[in-house]
Design a protein around this ligand. Structure first.
Ligand SMILES: Nc1ncnc2c1ncn2[C@@H]1O[C@H](COP(=O)(O)OP(=O)(O)OP(=O)(O)O)[C@@H](O)[C@H]1O
Ligand SMILES: [Mg+2]
Length: 263
């Protein structure tokens, strides 16, 4: 298994975020990680990265306890860095990430130059390398951050809402890119998102978090009226139309919280 959780409970700020979760993710799987705000998607990623202590249970990643700073894991955090250093160009942002990650050298060595160039090429962002971050669109910046997550040839990608603030065309292009990388490099991908629809063609399975619970399975198994109502502990209705999935709730406080399209 690539990732294994057994009876994992995690609390943050005195509240239980994930309660007695067990799940196993296989190498090479593309997992869509869904769930309302505060469900624990980011917390789970941080636990897999070894950044979030767990209350009880065990987590193994690559067959061992999580260790922070593993180059085998590429992480694209939800809270985007890069607010500072906006005058840096794309190449320098990646070179800083590369040196910070595994080399610890203040100068850009030929090896880093090669690695950064390869990462830029992988996300079709060579043309962005020389431009200052401040002069890039949100989608272009997201491409660079994805390139940063690819440094060090990771086997596992944890992408925390990479679609945020992207238009549908940019969403489709990022998804296609990650899908291609997953297929060609045999990567395992955990992809957190708020709308399941853009991921329908590329996901192997979906991990749905809500109310401290987790459900992992195929879209057909998990995104159903019965399974989601149980997970949310509320009346949820799943409708399918025109190849899209709509998750509906009668409870007004869930209308925005559940984050899906509402008919
Ligand atoms: N630094 C923190 N200290 C205390 N509690 C926190 C902290 N960060 C997050 N939490 C709480 O942990 C819970 C899970 O948060 P998390 O960020 O994992 O959710 P999420 O599923 O990623 O949500 P979103 O869709 O908004 O990104 C929430 O109740 C949140 O308020
Ligand atoms: Mg989050």
């Amino acid at each position: 298994m690539m990732i294994n959780l057994e009876n994992v409970t995690i609390a943050r700020g005195g509240n239980i975020v994930l309660r007695n979760i067990s799940l196993a993710i296989r190498p090479g799987e593309f997992i869509g990680v869904l769930g309302p705000n505060g469900a624990g998607k980011t917390t789970l990623f941080r636990a897999i990265l070894g950044l979030q202590p767990i209350g009880s249970g065990t987590i193994s990643v690559f067959g061992a306890a999580p260790t922070s700073g593993s180059p085998a894991i590429g992480y694209m955090p939800q809270t985007r860095a890069g607010q500072s250093g906006q005058s840096l160009c794309g190449f320098d942002v990646l070179a800083n990430a590369a040196t910070g990650h595994h080399f610890g050298l203040p100068l850009i060595s030929p090896a880093i130059k090669t690695e950064v160039t390869a990462a830029l090429k992988a996300v079709d962002a060579e043309s962005l390398a020389a431009r200052p971050l401040a002069a890039l669109s949100g989608g272009q910046r997201q491409r660079l951050l994805l390139a940063a997550a690819l440094l060090g040839a990771p086997k596992l990608l944890l992408l925390d809402e990479p679609l945020i603030s992207l238009d549908p065309a940019a969403q489709a292009s990022i998804i296609a890119l990650i899908h291609r990388l997953q297929q060609t490099h045999g990567l395992t991908v955990l992809f957190a998102a708020h709308d399941i629809n853009p991921l329908l063609g590329v996901m192997d399975r979906v991990l749905y978090l809500s109310g401290g619970n987790a459900a992992l399975g195929t879209v057909d198994d998990i995104i159903t009226t019965q399974t989601l109502s149980k997970l949310y502990n509320a009346d949820i209705e799943v409708l399918r139309a025109a190849g899209r999935i709509f998750v509906l709730s009668d409870r007004p406080d869930h209308h925005h919280a559940c984050g899906h399209d509402h008919a």
